[in-house]
Design a protein around this ligand. Sequence first.
Ligand code: ASP
Length: 585
Amino acid sequence: MFRTKTCGELRLANVGETVTLSGWVQRTRKMGGMTFADLRDRYGITQLVFDESKDSVLCERANRMGREWVIQVIGEVSERQSKNKNLPTGDVEIIVRELNVLNEAQTPPFTIEEQSDGGDDLRMKYRYLDLRRPNVRKNLELRHKFAFEVRRYLDEQGFMEIETPVLVNSTPEGARDFVVPSRMNPGQFYALPQSPQTLKQLLMVAGMDRYFQIVKCFRDEDLRADRQPEFTQIDCEMSFVEQEDILQTFEGMSRHLFKTILGINIPTLPRMTWADAMKYYGSDKPDTRFDMKFVELMDVLKGTGEFSVFNEAEYIGGICCEGQAVYTRKQLDQLTDFVRRPQIGAKGLVYARVGEDGSVKSSVDKFYSPEVLENLKKAMNAKPGDLILIISGPDTLKARKQLCELRLEMGSRMGLRPKDKFSCLWVIDFPMYEWSDEEQRLMAMHHPFTSPKPEDIPLLDTDPASVRANAYDMVINGVEVGGGSIRIHDAKLQQKIFEILGFTPEQAQQKFGFLMNAFKYGAPPHGGLAYGLDRFVSLFAGLDSIRDCIAFPKNNSGRDVMLDAPGVIDQIQLDELQLQINLKN
Ligand code: ASP
């Protein structure tokens, strides 16, 4: 038997017991005639003691152990003289009687402790060593528990987990596909699913009225902290439901997860329309941990003074930062630089400080009368000591997005976005379409199977851009953790939506004929949603990047540096596939 106990479970109550432990040597220290070693396994760390005066040969062997050697020890649990308050096992130690070296180890390229000296790249290359660090391991434990509780909840609600294929053809989430050549069908390619969207809809036609799957999805997009080329969805679909049924069911799931994993009771999720989210937060995923809502200032500042930037603007909006009038000129210049960064793209920033006496001092003072500045203060509901920040621009959507970035920046600076505070909401009533400058056409905001709001269907012919969808996102702390929609289940309406999206009937038939045909055989009303598991878990774990809760993640160039993938393939494989590599540049 390799062990009778683990390194995380021994306490004072175990004193006097003889135990066998197995694990990795985190470090050794020699003090006088004693050698101490920290032994680590998945469950924790226990201190081992080798006493030279009792067994000098054993102690000598212990002194030769290097970091990360795999050993087994047999010894007696004893109370520690100097307790270690930082370790759950810090009250005890093992007086070792027998030592078996199970495997020696090379010195690892970085220290395997909570605070490692290894940089990101190095730790990714040796991810199997990185995963030995307790803080990294904890994220995977949380992820396991999370997925387990998802399954428990959904099972209790009558959902059935059904696997869908990975070798499919293009699915409609709007990203680039990863493709796989088919040897048996030379010159043809499978696409990996961007989501199981169409398959889960087919499962509804098949009568599996409550489906879910914890499933890998693949999207060939540029990567960011919250994106990986392969990621995991909690994908769900239900039949014979309306939007309300779905919101209730999945609000219940979130409540269950918060309760069982974090011990938090979350309040009923507020619902915000997409239009309001854009108006008050400039984002369809507002961070509602703090208020600081946008106030539109067109009436107050456009045409009421000589400031041409405002007079020419299509949008002027401000935020009121409580108690921040203390901001110095230098800090305000920094903020101006912040909004001018190319990623944000604002031309500039106007500010107004409200003094302790209530007077308003603004960077555009000279263009406005004191009455206008007073109106500004009122409109912003600003109190003495507050700082008003204003963004304007010729394009409302862009200006709102810039103000959104500024609001988030101020929220962070003011400490209003703590990771252990959670604010969840539903954003509902998304538009069906958004205009793509690149493609010069309307694109589906969610995906082409999303159903319009019944009352907006007549607008499909007259003003498609104003049609709202039965689509919803769950947002937590400014992160879109999930989203979905009620689907179209009528072949004719689906055909019409494809037309508006610019597909000819032939193209629609060729791409999605399988689904539209299925709809002719009795498709039930249905809808669903998918959560991004990695994002959801990262939020729960307070992580900055989803990579930290993925066992073997890819880097920003989509590479697995540990496996050195992607890589070239053998000529034999290419020949089998009848493919020739002819790189363009
Ligand atoms: N398939 C959608 C997505 O991946 C989710 C859904 O509509 O259920 O975003």
